[in-house]
Design a protein around this ligand. Structure first.
Ligand SMILES: C[S@@+](CC[C@H](N)C(=O)[O-])C[C@H]1O[C@@H](n2cnc3c(N)ncnc32)[C@H](O)[C@@H]1O
Length: 219
């Protein structure tokens, strides 16, 4: 049976399209539950890069995670929708800004999330975004990424097709450019701490993985 909080979160959004999308996304994608598990014991603020409609923030609130959450996305329509949903909700401490992550990142010290956006960046832009993000992770905190991983699997080919379809349907402003491989995450993030990569497929056909950088506690 579907969790009633999924429908509650969906009902915060203004249009039928967003409401249906949010309800279906929360029901079928294991992403947000995985993030709640990763973040449940941290008292630190979260910076959510490429936040879309801000689903992660609303979901974390429904799971009792009350830290300040700031979401950034370059899509003005999605940020407006996230603002409207926030105004309709009883939650506090959820803020959203329109911002292109290719132009740099705001000051932050806490946890950072990058969910399903790296494929819209060139390899050099991915390198820069991951490095800037890791530098904003506090001692003992995490950079949590979800990404399709480039490999020779059927799942990877389905992932690419799904992103191309999202662009064709105008849900995404951009088509995918480049998918990172597991080796890229180890190369870029290992200097900052411990990197762990696990599958996050759920019932989806996509080649999604969770990549977690855990920074060591301050000595
Ligand atoms: C597949 S959606 C994921 C949304 C959200 N992270 C989630 O998982 O619910 C990818 C998001 O990345 C955003 N995005 C892509 N390129 C971006 C950029 N350069 N700066 C900021 N946001 C970007 C898109 O507008 C879109 O909302």
């Amino acid at each position: 049976m579907s969790d009633p909080t999924f429908q509650e979160i969906a009902s915060l959004f203004p249009g039928t399209w967003d409401r249906n999308y949010v309800a279906a996304k929360l029901r079928t994608d294991p992403l947000y539950t995985a993030l709640a598990e990763q973040l449940q014991n941290s008292p630190l603020p979260l910076l959510d890069l490429g936040c879309g409609l801000g689903l992660l923030g609303f979901f974390l609130r429904s799971r009792g995670i009350e830290v300040p959450i700031h979401g950034l996305d370059y899509d003005e329509r999605k940020i407006k929708s996230a603002h409207l949903a926030s105004e309709s909700s009883a939650s506090t401490g959820l803020t959203f800004s329109q911002h292109d992550a290719r132009t740099g990142l705001p000051d932050h010290l806490g946890n950072v999330s990058i969910l399903d956006i790296l494929q819209f960046f060139t390899p050099a832009e991915q390198d820069t975004l991951l490095t800037l993000s890791a530098a904003r992770v506090a001692p003992g905190a995490k950079l949590i990424i979800r990404s399709g991983l480039r490999d020779d699997s059927l799942r990877f080919r389905i992932t690419v097709a799904g992103d191309l379809l999202a662009k064709a349907m105008f849900w995404m402003k951009a088509a995918p450019i480049h998918y990172p491989g597991a080796d890229d995450f180890h190369r870029i993030l290992s200097p900052f701490g411990h990197v762990e990569i696990t599958t996050l497929w759920g019932r989806t056909p996509f080649n999604n993985h969770l990549i977690v950088l855990q920074r060591p506690d301050r000595a």
